[in-house]
Structure formats: structure tokens, C-alpha cells
Design a protein around this ligand. Structure first.
Ligand SMILES: [Zn+2]
Length: 640
């Protein structure tokens, strides 16, 4: 028994000290999340001159390592600033330097990151040699983003707390394994046989992790808003990790609630997912306040979540519990959306959880990943899993949008598109811009309103997560598709009246289902004029105003800020164009199961209306002769 309580670091220390030359001077070794941090007085030896030493230790211990410099050898901040301005060329557009005193990193925020890094990292090496600070380059969004600035501020102003959180995470991740890895349980806590409040608990005897924790924005009963967080097997004190597949509220809206109730472990997601998630959560709080509803958590809980979030690149394998490894892969749904590959034990069991995913190309993103090292169970969404959910080909969908817009403009009307701020909004912007560039769409101003602006600014910070074509345009040809001169951002609400009354134009405004946001103001101003058009481009949930107008409602009572209720007569043309969705349609879902490599041994269907989940599950078992089920919430499944 005694062995179990041995300090897990003592063995590691022994190996590290035996491999690192004495004159490099190791001063400290500790866990930093899933990595091992080694503090030394000569970091340049391990990072540049003799980097094989670290590779050798990694190979030996199967642990990721990060080299840090001992505080005593770091140059003063003034010296570092001088060195950086001398080493990095002006064209790199360095906009800000942030010093992380705890980890000894200097964060260089630049517009042109490639120029700041130099060929093969040459410039960063020079900075490291001269200052003993570890330089790290971050891209400044080409459109300023308040959210990204905010997150960076939280992460770099409270580095002591963050370092402590990472150290504790590491100690938990590398605790000695007490129980054998012979059982894997999957517990649906929300989002099964329904859309909304997604949450899946994966448990072994040793550990437990939660994948997604969303809210159901369309819930009609208060007890259906959140997942079953009171489930007996979910203990926030011992929960090892939370994984976020993407930043729509039905997947991440309840994460700050976990911190409110005392969870202090890590959240794993991609870097853009963190930014968009914070945007969505803060907007959720803002909307609640405006409606006079007491929100379930506060900005403080969101801040706590940011401090504990670890962002991962696609394809990067990370230990998140003693017996669980996680890898995120592109899901093709929205910027930074991920499919989670969960590897349990040493090759013991592998679960792939798709989250929302698009197995098809969009202008914004590449199709979802389909190859994994191993898969036993596939957990798949089914938003469009019904037999009738077959969308027209993408080219037809675009032509239908473009011709509707052209017709409206020819009549001298204006086009109003209720636009979801995260995902579809940017897709539609790029479609409009590209058709105007090809002269297939009449050149008129495109107005971008509300939260859509901030979400778009966040897109400009992460070009490497966009589709191949957009990446090439942005990184190679320096064309910023989101900053086309055709787009006008509406920053002042007073402009709306003028826009609605002036020349023909296209207006993109949230919310996508007309449940609030600037779209309602435009709608009030534009609805009566038969020359105008209202075009829906996204899924309208049952019960929302968007759905009712789409279904034929032509007298719309709307309440405005002053409490006055106006009945708006809809004279404008109402159209709905299906097929811009970020979800896979029925055919894409089935072909995903077919082409998935390797072939899973079982399929679990979730995230769809009850009938669609059952229908898709029988189709999968019938067509592919694979065991497939569509469990209800709380119906645990023993995977092994
Ligand atoms: Zn989604």
C-alpha cells in the first residue's frame, strides 16, 4: 500500500536530474497541468542548443515537458522591451507585450505573427538567449476584440492563481492509479432524445469527466433548463475534467455554474472555443439582466472558468486523468468546434463524441475529421437525423439566397437576415462577399449589427482554424475576408433608423430566431414595406418568433423598451432557405458512420428530437449492422 502514497514527483526528479547537465542548473520541478515544468538557469541549452536532452526525457517518461527559466536569471522588463524592439522587425506590428512573472514568459501580441517568429523561430531564439524570458507570440485579431483582450487580461494578470490551478491539476492527473481500468460507464445527463442542455459523464472506477454542460434555451419548464447535475454519480469535488466541444450555449452555457457550485478543476477546449464561449456566456447574462431575470451565475463564475481553462490544438494528445487521455479534432460545425476522442486506459477503450458536427464543406470550415487511432463507441448528434432531413446541394442553396437578394434589390427593397451571431453569421458574410466579388450579386452595403461584430472579430484572430481556402486568402494573400470594404459595422443603435429608411442594402442582425437583439428593431422598421425581404438562413426552433413568422404569422405583437406593444403587420416577403446549416444532414450523418475509420463497435445517438434519434439509430443498425441505441437522459450505458 505504501507505494501508492509515494510522491509521484520523486521518481521523475531522479530521471530529470540524471539527464540534464549540471551546469544547466535545475532549480525546480513541478506539474503544470498535464505537463512537467522544469525550471533551469540556462533554458537556452535545453530549448535550442541541446534540445535532444528534452526529447530523450519525454521518450523515457512519456510525459510532456515545458522548460522554464529560473526567475533569478531573467533580464529586467525594460531590457526585454529593448531587445524585442531591436530584434523583431517593425512590419510584424507588435502591438503589446505582456509579462507573465510567474512562468517567465513574455507574450508578444503581433499582427503578423510569422514575421515576429522569424524563420524557424530564429527571432524568438535570439530573444530567449538575450533575456532568458520565454517568448510566446499571439496573433492580435485584425479587428479588435474586447472578449479576447479580456480573456488575455484574466489569464496574464492572475498568473499566480493560474499557476497554482495548473499545479493542482497536474497533481490530480498524475496521481497513482488506485483502481483497475476494467469498467467504462457513459451517463447521459442532458441532450439525449432532445436538443439542448448537452452533458455526458464518462466514468471509470478511478476517474470521471464531463463532456459539455449546456443549457436548453427553449425549455418550457424550469427543471429542463439545465442537465441533471444532481445525478448521484457526479461529484464536483472529484470530477477530473470538463471538456467543451463548442461554444453554443446548449453545449457550454452551464459551465460557469459548475464553478459556482465549487468545481475547481480544468476545462479543456480549443482556443477559439474559449473566446466564443465567453462571448456567448456574457451575452446570456446580459440578456437575462435586460429581461429582469436573475441569471444562474455571474461574471465572477465566468472569470473563474477562464482561469481554469486549458486550450488545446487539434490532434494534441493530453492526459486529463490517471487513466484518460483526450484529443480534440475538427468538427466543422463552428469556429474551434471539436470532436472529442477519449482514450481510456492503455488502449483499453476509446470513445468518440462528435458534439455538433458537419461532415461536409462550408465556406467557413473544412469538413469534420473522420480518422481516429481507435474507436469502440461513437456518440453522434442527430439534429438533422430524420428521414426528411435531406438538404439540397450547397451550390443550389447559395444560388437561391443570391437570387432572392438580387430580386429584392432590383425592386428597390432591403434584405433583412436574422443571423445567429456565432457560426452562420460569418458563413453568410463570406457567401455574400464572394458573390459580390464575382459580380453575381448586386453591390450594395452589407450592415453587420450587434454581437455579430464581436463574434466576427474573434474569427479574425484564429485563421488557422478556418477552411483551407480562407486560410490561404488570409495568411498567404493577406486578404481579410471578414474586413471586406462591403461590410459596415453598426456601432450605434441610432444608425438603425437611417439604415432601414435609406438605399437598398443587406442587413445581418442577431438573434437568428428573432427572440431578441437588433433584428427586432429592423423588423419593426422594415416589415410593412412589400419591397423588402426577410430571409431565414438557420434552423428555427418550435415556439420562437422566427418559427411563427416562417409558418405564416403576419400580425406580430412586439413589445419595445418603453413597454409599448406594437402590432407589426408583415407586408415584406418572407423566405426561408435551408441548407446553410453547420450540422450534418441525414445523408452526411449516415455517410459519416460508413466512412469513419476504424469502424466503431457501437453507436449511441443523441442531440436530436426524440423521434429523429430513434429513427437514425434504427437506420444505423439496419444499414451498417452495428449495435445502435438512442438512450434517454440518465439511462447509463456500460460500455465495458
Ligand atoms: Zn452547436
Amino acid at each position: 500500500m505504501k507505494k501508492q502514497f509515494q510522491d509521484p514527483l520523486s521518481k521523475i526528479r531522479e530521471i530529470v536530474l540524471s539527464k540534464i547537465p549540471e551546469d544547466v542548473t535545475v532549480t525546480r520541478i513541478n506539474f503544470e497541468g498535464s505537463k512537467l515544468a522544469i525550471y533551469v538557469k540556462k533554458p537556452e541549452v535545453l530549448l535550442i542548443d541541446k534540445s535532444y536532452i528534452i526529447s530523450d526525457i519525454v521518450e523515457n517518461m512519456k510525459r510532456r515537458i515545458v522548460v522554464r527559466s529560473d526567475p533569478s536569471v531573467r533580464a529586467s522588463k525594460e531590457e526585454v522591451k529593448a531587445v524585442i524592439s531591436q530584434v523583431i522587425p517593425e512590419e510584424a506590428n507588435v502591438e503589446n507585450l505582456v509579462f507573465d512573472d510567474v512562468l517567465g514568459e513574455v507574450i508578444i501580441e503581433a499582427k503578423k505573427t510569422g514575421l515576429a517568429i522569424g524563420k524557424d523561430g530564429a527571432l524568438l531564439q535570439e530573444i530567449l538567449r538575450k533575456t532568458k524570458w520565454i517568448p510566446r507570440v499571439l496573433r492580435t485579431p485584425s479587428t479588435p476584440s474586447k472578449i479576447i483582450a479580456n480573456i488575455r487580461h484574466v489569464l496574464y494578470s492572475d498568473t499566480k492563481e493560474r499557476e497554482r490551478a495548473l499545479r493542482e491539476d497536474g497533481e490530480r492527473i498524475f496521481r497513482p492509479l488506485v483502481f483497475p481500468v476494467d469498467e467504462v460507464l457513459l451517463v447521459p445527463l442532458g441532450g439525449f432524445r432532445e436538443v439542448g442542455r448537452s452533458a455526458i459523464l464518462v466514468k471509470t472506477k478511478e476517474s470521471s469527466i464531463l463532456v459539455d454542460c449546456g443549457i436548453n434555451p427553449g425549455a418550457s419548464k424550469p427543471n429542463q433548463v439545465f442537465p441533471y447535475l444532481d445525478f448521484d454519480g457526479l461529484d464536483l469535488d472529484t470530477l477530473d475534467a470538463v471538456v467543451v466541444t463548442h461554444s453554443h450555449l446548449d453545449h457550454c452555457g452551464a459551465i460557469p455554474l459548475l464553478y459556482k457550485y465549487g468545481y475547481r478543476g480544468p476545462v479543456y477546449c480549443s482556443e477559439p472555443a474559449l473566446s466564443l464561449m465567453v462571448l456567448a456566456q456574457l451575452d446570456y447574462l446580459d440578456v437575462a439582466m435586460k429581461e429582469g431575470v436573475i441569471p444562474p451565475y455571474t461574471q465572477r463564475d465566468v472569470r473563474e472558468m477562464i482561469l481554469h481553462t486549458v486550450t488545446l490544438r487539434y490532434g494534441y494528445v493530453v492526459d486529463i486523468a490517471p487513466d484518460i487521455k483526450l484529443t480534440l479534432w475538427n468538427a466543422g460545425h463552428i469556429l474551434g468546434s471539436s470532436i472529442a476522442h477519449i482514450h481510456i486506459g492503455e488502449g483499453h477503450y476509446n470513445v468518440v463524441i462528435t458534439g455538433d458536427f458537419k461532415y461536409g464543406k462550408t465556406m467557413l470550415l473544412d469538413p469534420s475529421s473522420i480518422n481516429f487511432p481507435r474507436i469502440e463507441a461513437l456518440v453522434m448528434e442527430s439534429t438533422y437525423g430524420g428521414e426528411e432531413d435531406v438538404m439540397p446541394p450547397r451550390s443550389e442553396v447559395e444560388i437561391s439566397l443570391i437570387s432572392t437578394v438580387n430580386e429584392t434589390i432590383e425592386k428597390g427593397g432591403k434584405v433583412l437576415i436574422p443571423t445567429p451571431a456565432i457560426g452562420r453569421g460569418q458563413e453568410i458574410m463570406i457567401v455574400l462577399d464572394s458573390y459580390m466579388r464575382k459580380n453575381l450579386l448586386k453591390e450594395v452595403p452589407v450592415y453587420i449589427d450587434g454581437m455579430l461584430n464581436e463574434a466576427t472579430a474573434i474569427h479574425t484572430a484564429y485563421p488557422e482554424y478556418l477552411s483551407q481556402e480562407l486560410r490561404d486568402l488570409i495568411l498567404r494573400e493577406d486578404v481579410n475576408v471578414f474586413q471586406s470594404e462591403r461590410f459596415t459595422s453598426v456601432s450605434n443603435p441610432n444608425q438603425r433608423l437611417e439604415i432601414a429608411e435609406s438605399e437598398p442594402s443587406i442587413i445581418l442582425a442577431p438573434s437568428g430566431m428573432m427572440e431578441g437583439g437588433p433584428v427586432l428593431e429592423y423588423f419593426r422598421l422594415m416589415a410593412e414595406d412589400p419591397k423588402n425581404s426577410l430571409i431565414f438562413v438557420s434552423y428555427q426552433i418550435e415556439g420562437t418568433l422566427g418559427r411563427r413568422i416562417k409558418n405564416g404569422l403576419r400580425e406580430v405583437p412586439l413589445m419595445f423598451k418603453d413597454g409599448k406593444v406594437d402590432v407589426i403587420k408583415v407586408g415584406m416577403d418572407v423566405k426561408s432557405i435551408e441548407g446553410f446549416s453547420g450540422h450534418s444532414d441525414r445523408r452526411q450523418l449516415l455517410s459519416y458512420v460508413k466512412r469513419l475509420s476504424p469502424r466503431p463497435k457501437m453507436v449511441i445517438i443523441c442531440h436530436g428530437e426524440a423521434q429523429k434519434t430513434q429513427n437514425l439509430s434504427s437506420a444505423v443498425s439496419h444499414v451498417f449492422k452495428l449495435p445502435a441505441i438512442a438512450p434517454r437522459n440518465l439511462e447509463s450505458i456500460r460500455l465495458r
